[in-house]
Design a protein around this ligand. Structure first.
Ligand code: FAD
Length: 199
């Protein structure tokens, strides 16, 4: 078994595992606040993912982030309502006709994620193509074991220590699970996590 090499990365204050919408927006906000942020995302670029609708209620948040105009110019299709099935086989309709924020969007997911990543990078966040394999508390800091695939099918490993760590690995919540969090079900359709213990 090979030992992880010491990190050659700079020592940022916050590491965010996952560069999807949650990770990118967290990075954007924290970098704008002057924190040193590194996003650790194993994928080389935006990938196909389910979830392509943004409701009108998201507009105030996008506006607050200074992203509403850019996203409006990105060519996503306007959405005038949602029809969804949520924990039942009965469709639920939500037309946006009377919505105070107007219409939503059917987004091109790649374009949306590229836009969010670009905004976070512009604010100063670093992006590293690395997967977080393990995390552990070390005194007041977090120690992360990271890896990326090599051309010969192995994984190159390195470590990183940071002051703060955010799990933005999506629904699977990989770090939260790794640290012992368990899912709490609020309804039949969607589980949410509640941390049980650190390492
Ligand atoms: C059927 C379905 C329909 C949906 N429809 C909608 C919708 O219409 N509108 C909507 O807003 N949402 C929808 N969603 C929710 C959708 O999951 C979210 O929109 C969005 O993908 C969540 O963003 P995220 O950044 O939290 O996670 P993700 O987009 O999943 O990003 C997580 C990132 O973490 C990375 N990652 C994973 N493991 C590691 C690791 N060990 N180390 C580092 N990085 C890691 C992944 O590569 C990934 O890029 C839907 C979900 C489902 C299942």
């Amino acid at each position: 078994m090979s030992r992880p090499a010491q990190s050659t990365l700079s020592q940022p204050t916050v590491a965010i595992a996952g560069g999807g919408p949650a990770g990118a927006v967290a990075a954007l906000v924290l970098a704008r606040r002057g924190l040193r942020v590194v996003v650790l995302e194993p994928a080389a670029g935006p990938r196909d993912k389910v979830g392509e609708t943004l409701p009108p209620s998201l507009r105030p948040l996008l506006s607050h982030l200074g992203l509403e105009d850019a996203i409006a110019r990105d060519g996503h299709r306007r959405s005038h309502g949602n029809r969804s099935f949520w924990g039942s086989d009965q469709a639920s309709e939500s037309p946006f006709l009377a919505n105070p924020y107007g219409s939503g969007w059917h987004v091109d997911r790649h374009r949306l994620e590229a836009r969010l990543e670009a905004a976070a990078r512009r604010a100063g966040a670093e992006w590293k193509q690395l997967r977080v394999d393990r995390v552990c508390r070390r005194g007041r800091r977090w120690r992360l074991e990271l890896s990326q695939p090599t051309a010969v099918g192995r994984r190159q490993r390195e470590t990183l220590e940071v002051d703060f760590l955010a799990d933005a690995t999506g629904r699977r919540s990989r770090l939260a699970h790794h640290l012992g969090a368990r899912r709490v079900r609020y309804d039949q359709a969607w589980p949410a996590g509640q941390p049980r213990a650190l390492c």
